[in-house]
Design a protein. Structure first.
Length: 122
């Protein structure tokens, strides 16, 4: 089990109850082991972060990014976060909300490919 901050349990629950449209759409494609039979979790605490989606068996984190992620502060915070998660052996995939809402099939294809690659290398 990957380390997490126990204080993030309730905020993660709150985020699960208030998902964005992009997160809801992506979750509809990830849930119930639809990709390679893999179990994904949503709004999962890892370290001091809450990641949008997490698959332990494929060592994969998926983020749906809104406009706040494309500011200087957002990009810097995401870089720090991605490096910390990479140190746990996790691959982070980031998708713009517009990508998810506008071309979900392409997003799922990238996730499928990345999960396949991570499973082969483990």
């Amino acid at each position: 089990m990957k380390p997490y901050n126990k204080n993030l349990k309730q905020p993660a629950r709150d985020l699960r109850n208030n998902m964005t449209d992009a997160e809801l759409l992506l979750w509809s494609k990830l849930r119930r082991k639809q990709i390679l039979g893999l179990q994904f979790y949503r709004q999962k605490p890892l370290l001091n972060f809450i990641v949008d989606f997490y698959c332990a068996s494929a060592s994969l984190v998926i983020e749906c990014d809104g406009s706040q992620h494309y500011t200087n502060e957002g990009l810097e915070a995401d870089c720090i976060r991605d490096e910390a998660l990479a140190q746990l052996g996790l691959k982070v995939l980031r998708f713009d909300n517009r990508q998810v809402l506008g071309d979900i099939d392409a997003v799922i294809e990238v996730i499928y490919w990345a999960a396949s690659q991570n499973l082969e290398s483990s």
